[in-house]
Design a protein around this ligand. Structure first.
Ligand code: NAD
Length: 337
């Protein structure tokens, strides 16, 4: 494959970013764009000298080498099914769905087909994540505290649970994905929401959520999510091991240990480029650095949904100890550890 011909499904904010990044790669051609809003598809296609397609089927008929699925959370499912049936490598934006059923169904189809996939958890490509991993190697993590404290993003679907999955699934999932990568799998979560939606049309989500997590490796942790501000306050996590404290966010890593405190800066844009570069290289058969294929994102989705389910029901939620295994179950007691 000389150039990788990419089709985009969805032409909103994140599709525009991927198109910008992909358009900067010499070995990528943006083949075309489809969106339920013809106008949005035409605008994005026009900006990149690409075609506009009426729907996913028409886009797939044009023979793309890869498809980016950049639809809002509620629209996942049918698009992926069409792409998988066509056997085309697929990049899916997070969250992979609003629910677990859709995500489990798509994951099973991906596995059945042996399809190359990637999901937009681009934080995994921050070089400071690798440094954090090295610093933690051989140490037991004792505690992790994750947070996403922000405003309500300016997209109409965001504050509606059925449309976005809620702030933990839609937004804090980036943090939960890193928690999983650096601390391991959680086995039980308990969460509370405030039951007070933000003052936005149609909103039915919690404005704030606080969760506690227990991990298979023995660590405990917390997650805080809030959308009550008018600025992005903090998105990141702190990890404590014996004699070591790490504070990690998109813009850098602060390390404190017996030698004192040091700071390593990080460029979030580099990770946003790296996630696309790794996927395209994998599609072209010249690389093998997809860090979050669909099956891995499914595990993050399970954890995020466990938190929101617990906040909704007021009960602890147990997660499968083998994350590849059964769906999560709401329970008053944890699963066997
Ligand atoms: N990884 C990241 O850093 C990152 C950043 C921003 C957004 N996102 C994720 O990307 C997703 C989309 O976010 P956005 O900001 O681009 O939203 P958006 O609302 O700006 O754009 C979504 C677009 O999808 C279109 N659409 C809806 N249903 C469709 C369908 N069935 N088929 C084709 N097009 C359809 C809409 O018309 C709209 O143009 C969200 O899940 C969001 O969490 C990820």
């Amino acid at each position: 494959m000389r150039t990788c011909r990419v089709g985009l499904v969805g032409a909103g904010g994140v599709a525009q970013r991927h198109a910008r990044v992909l358009g900067g790669f010499e070995d990528v051609e943006i083949l075309g764009v489809t969106d339920v809003s013809r106008e949005a598809a035409e605008a994005l296609a026009g900006a990149h000298g690409a075609r506009t397609f009426a729907d996913v089927e028409e886009l797939l008929a044009a023979g793309p080498d890869a498809v980016y699925v950049c639809v809002p959370p509620f629209a996942h499912g049918p698009v992926e099914e069409a792409v998988i049936a066509a056997g085309v490598p697929m990049f899916v934006e997070k969250p992979v769905a609003v629910d677990l059923e859709t995500a489990e169904r798509i994951a099973a189809l991906v596995e059945e087909k042996g399809l190359l996939t990637a999901v937009g958890h681009h934080w995994r490509y921050l070089h400071v994540v690798e440094q954090a991993r090295e610093l933690l190697a051989g140490r037991a993590v004792r505690m992790v505290n994750g947070a996403w404290l922000d405003k309500v993003p300016p997209v109409a679907w965001w504050a509606v649970r059925d449309r976005s999955g809620g702030p933990v699934v839609e937004q804090a999932a980036h943090v939960l994905d890193l928690v999983r990568a650096l601390v391991g799998e959680a086995v039980e979560v308990t969460a509370y929401g405030d039951g007070t939606p933000p003052p936005v049309d149609g909103a039915d989500i919690d404005s704030v959520t606080a969760a506690t997590l227990r991990f298979a490796g023995g660590a405990v942790g917390t997650l805080a999510a809030a959308c009550v501000l008018i600025w992005k306050h903090r998105a990141g996590l702190e990890i404590l091991a014996d004699g070591l404290a790490l504070s990690l966010a998109e813009d850098g890593l602060t390390v404190r240990d017996a030698d004192g405190e040091r700071r390593v800066e990080s460029d979030p844009d580099a990770a946003r480029v790296a996630v696309d570069r790794a996927f395209v290289d994998a599609v072209r058969g010249v690389g093998d650095d997809v860090r979050v294929p669909y099956a891995e994102a499914l595990r993050t989705q399970r954890l995020a949904l466990a938190v929101s389910e617990s906040a909704r029901t007021g009960r602890p939620v147990a997660l499968p100890t083998d994350p590849a295994a059964a769906p999560l179950a709401t329970a008053g007691v944890s699963v066997d550890a």
